[in-house]
Ligand binder design. Structure first.
Ligand code: 2PG
Ligand code: MG
Length: 399
């Protein structure tokens, strides 16, 4: 029933206006799935390879499509993804591109769900999923690689940990985003938006901490449930010549660890992603040892959704949380395996968007399917709200 009868690939626009790969998968009984690859700006050194879309599409048509059509069942996700890996033949999808691979992997999953008449999260996660929802981490203020002339820290993220429902959590983050804009106005700070729709004001990181703290506590008072905040420091982007660069100032690794630990306590941070360079397992372990009992230390560029790198991290206690980005590794199977290895080891998975996105909402289903405690997918802006609104629909049994 779910035998694949065609795979079509095309270039479409992403939210930065760059081309990306979209895949359509059809099955013999008429099942249909469509998905598009996202794209990062602050990419990790160990991510699977994103090829220029035209090349990725040509290579996937030559190597992967003939092995999938008439041969593989869209309902069997492991078989689809193993076929993509075999067709590629490299460790990191450098032949067909992780962008072609992830688009086909996600489109096949949707086609499989379509044939079964089940929501995607249920096809991927099983009958007992759909009652738990992730807390959305919403990017409110940011800079780094996502906006020029703004904060050094890439993302200041609202975290409505006390929200009674996913819908209330989503609206809380939008309120924090709006409140941050008012506070910037009161301070006469003009603010454009960065790639993910966060405010990108020309303020210091210290000011951004203050503004975030105020915005979050105002909205917390208004709504009556706990809202914290967290960071994606994206520290690999700051690390050069053995030190972390904050504009004209630098911090050694020890100073960086002290600084992050101080911020965790001063602002009760609930989440800190990539506080140190992507090669510094030891620094991650030291910080996790110091503050891991009261906050999440999350590896994004550190782990790149890769089970081998995650296992290395588990062996040394490098983090207590992992960011999951399907395009960082190339298939849904790999992403699932990373979530499972993490949760077997008591780590929290955070399913994540990329800074370059499309309307594709697969990650909302992935978060529910894997029972992930968090999802990071922006606060406002169409390509972000596509995922947030899908979460609301899943909770409302409307998918
Ligand atoms: O660093 C990150 O976590 C992401 C998403 O917020 O950014 P990018 O997609 O640019 O890697
Ligand atoms: Mg990150």
């Amino acid at each position: 029933m779910t035998r694949i009868t065609s795979v079509a690939l095309r270039r479409v626009l992403d939210s930065r206006g760059n081309p990306t790969v979209e895949a359509d998968v059809l099955t013999e009984s008429g099942g249909f799935g469509r998905a598009a690859a996202p794209s990062g700006a602050s990419t990790g050194e160990y991510e699977a390879i994103e090829l220029p879309p035209t090349e990725a599409i040509a290579a996937a048509r030559r190597h992967a499509v003939p092995r999938l059509v008439d041969e593989v069942h869209a309902g069997n996700q492991r078989e689809v993804d193993a076929t993509l890996r075999a067709a590629d033949g490299s460790e990191n999808f450098s032949e067909i591109g992780a962008n072609s691979a992830v688009a086909i992997s996600m489109a096949a999953a949707k086609a499989g769900a379509d044939v079964l008449g089940a929501p995607l999260y249920q096809h991927l996660g099983g009958a007992f999923r759909g009652d738990n929802f992730p807390t959305p981490l919403g990017n409110v203020i940011g800079g780094g690689e996502h906006a020029k002339e703004a904060t050094n820290i890439q993302e200041f993220l609202a975290a409505p940990v006390g929200a009674p429902s996913v819908s209330e959590a989503v609206f809380a983050n939008a309120k924090v985003h709006a409140r941050a804009s008012e506070i910037l106005d009161e301070r006469d700070v003009p603010a454009a938006k960065g790639d993910e729709g966060a405010w990108a004001p020309p303020v210091s990181d210290a000011d951004a901490f203050e503004i975030m703290g105020e915005a979050v506590s105002d909205v917390e008072d208004e709504l009556g449930f706990e809202i914290g905040f967290g960071l994606d420091i994206a520290a690999s982007e700051m690390f050069e010549d053995g030190v972390y660069h904050y504009g004209d100032e630098t911090k050694t690794t020890d100073e960086q660890i002290d600084y992050v630990a101080e911020m965790v306590d001063e602002y009760d941070l609930v989440y800190v992603e990539d506080p140190l360079d992507e090669n510094d397992y030891e620094g991650f372990a030291e910080l996790t040892e110091r503050v891991g009992d009261r906050t999440l230390i999350c590896g994004d560029d550190l782990f790149v959704t890769n089970v081998d790198r995650l296992q290395d991290g588990i062996d040394v206690g490098a983090a207590n949380s992992i960011l999951i980005k399907p395009n960082q590794i190339g298939t849904l199977t790999d992403a699932f395996d990373a979530v499972e290895l993490a949760s077997r080891n008591g780590m929290d998975a955070v399913i994540s968007h990329r800074s370059g996105e499309t309307e594709d909402a697969t990650i909302a289903h992935l978060a529910v399917a894997t029972d992930a405690p968090f999802i990071k997918t922006g606060t406002v802006q169409g390509e972000r709200t596509a995922k947030l609104n899908e979460l609301i629909r899943i909770a409302d049994d409307a998918v």
